[in-house]
Design a protein around this ligand. Structure first.
Ligand SMILES: [Zn+2]
Ligand SMILES: [Zn+2]
Length: 224
């Protein structure tokens, strides 16, 4: 049994279910939303048979978005997978501005964090920026903008920072004895050959030894 009445922009359907109870489903035309007196949707996120009946009666092919209620979004499964890290990801389709901003902020932060990962200088710079931003937001102390800071430093040093810094590589230093290669055996022998020989007073040979090391040299040659 169904009765229909229309008040302003709200259509009211009174549905009589199998337990002979009357439930009224109101459909707001302007808001395109359904509310049923049994409140099953509000309690469990399930579309009750009464609303469903109205949907069918209005010949809708698809269940309107707001009747999904976020219950069937995969974000409900994201939480256990990410160990509760993303604990306030969309649970409903209607997200307020603050939540949206908060999520965007997280996105911005992680984007930067990922890019500068492993770069000490950039991480330090980013932390500096965060610290300054914190002061700016909570109004602690005097916050100098980057240009103010530069101005202060330039005043302190009394000169402007050059826009272009030209750094040359250091001059190549050549120390005494560097770059010398030890002679090969052949080169050594050729050098010795080129020297004029001297006569040894011990054995009377003309060569590269003298009386002092004559014995040593002879012994060495014998071994060879
Ligand atoms: Zn209902
Ligand atoms: Zn000799």
């Amino acid at each position: 049994m169904v009765k229909t009445s229309i008040e302003d922009d709200t259509e009211i359907y009174v549905i009589n279910d199998k337990c002979s109870k009357d439930w009224s489903v109101s459909y707001s035309v302007s808001g395109d939303s359904y509310v049923c007196g049994c409140k099953l949707f509000q309690r469990l996120g399930l579309v009750c048979s009464h609303i469903f009946w109205v949907l069918r009666n209005r010949k809708l092919k698809l269940v309107p978005d707001h009747l999904h209620g976020g219950r069937w979004l995969k974000s409900n499964f994201v939480k256990p997978v990410h160990c509760g890290f993303v604990d306030d990801i969309e649970k409903a389709l209607i997200i307020d501005v603050a939540t949206q901003e908060w999520r965007d902020m997280h996105g911005d932060f992680f984007e930067v964090a990922q890019t500068i990962k492993g770069n000490v200088d950039q991480i330090r710079a980013f932390r500096q920026i965060i610290a300054e931003g914190k002061k700016a937001i909570f109004g602690e102390g005097i916050v100098l903008s980057i240009s103010d800071k530069r101005q202060m430093i330039e005043n302190f040093y009394g000169s402007q920072a050059p826009s272009e810094i030209d750094v040359h590589p250091p001059d190549v230093v050549k120390t005494k004895g560097s770059g010398r290669r030890p002679l090969t055996r052949l080169e050594q022998a050729m050098k010795m050959k080129a020297k004029p020989g001297r006569k040894c007073a011990e054995c009377g040979e003309v060569g590269n030894h003298d009386a002092r090391n004559c014995k040593k040299i002879k012994e060495k040659q014998k071994i060879k």
